[in-house]
Design a protein around this ligand. Structure first.
Ligand code: MN
Length: 242
């Protein structure tokens, strides 16, 4: 049975079509998988595990818990929008949180999983923000604020980031090839799977004579899509009928 990979769903209550796709995917495709890996940005944003009571969040958590209950292990890596997902979320949903990067052996092949934002080193402003925002102090200060205030602050931050992105050249928003090669070298020339850039593709990087496959996962804005991998390799699958 294949192992499935998804990322960048950006789930929120205001996107019913994507939500239907996702719930359908968990009920059908994911149920017959070996395992499901969610490589970040499952949510449009996550304000903190004290928001698990929100009806939409509760529905997502319940759907993930049904998958885990059916015996399919599910793993979740943080994205840049949902990096304060914590242990309470993991317990409620039955998913296992994964560090970024995570090097695994899947179907006897080494696979490196990342969200992908750490590869975008040409965007120095973002990398500086990321270093600050992933510090314990920053996260603690955020989570200490009342939930409603936190949501408003995150939404303001998102609007600001959308504005800034519009002014940035396209290549700055993509991975830096040198950073990809460094990561492949550091981890022993694995296959790399990541999301974040919303530029779904299969690339091959030749690093020190090793040909390494790099799969970029699709976002779910247009249509749902997942990557399926087994012993024979990986292929991207578009979800239809949503
Ligand atoms: Mn992202």
């Amino acid at each position: 049975m294949p192992t499935l990979f998804i990322s960048d769903l950006h789930l929120c209550s205001g996107r019913p079509r994507i939500n239907r796709s996702f719930f359908g995917f968990l009920e059908r495709e994911a149920k017959s998988a070996d395992a499901l890996y969610i490589l970040g940005d499952l949510f449009e944003y996550w304000a903190g595990d004290d928001d698990l009571g929100d009806p939409f969040n509760a529905a997502v958590v319940a759907a993930l818990a049904r998958l885990a209950g059916s015996g399919v292990p599910a793993y979740l890596m943080h994205g840049n929008r949902d990096f304060v997902i914590g242990d309470a979320f993991a317990r409620a949903s039955g998913v296992t949180l994964l560090a970024d990067p995570a090097l695994l052996s899947l179907h006897d092949q080494p696979v490196l999983l990342m969200h992908g934002d750490t590869l975008c080193t040409l965007d120095q402003d973002y990398q500086a923000f990321r270093r600050e925002a992933r510090s314990e102090t920053w996260i603690r200060n955020l989570l200490n604020r009342p939930l409603a205030e936190r949501k408003a602050a995150i939404e303001a931050l998102r609007r600001q980031s959308e504005q800034e992105k519009r002014g940035k050249p396209a290549e700055i928003m993509d991975v830096a090839p040198a950073e990809v090669e460094a990561a492949l070298r550091r981890h022993g020339y694995p296959r790399l799977i990541h999301g974040h850039t919303h530029r779904p593709a299969r690339h091959v990087h030749v690093v020190d004579g090793h040909a390494c496959e790099r799969w970029v996962l699709a976002d779910w804005y247009r249509a749902g899509s997942y990557l399926a991998c087994d012993e024979s390799g990986c292929h991207a699958v578009q979800l239809s009928g949503n």
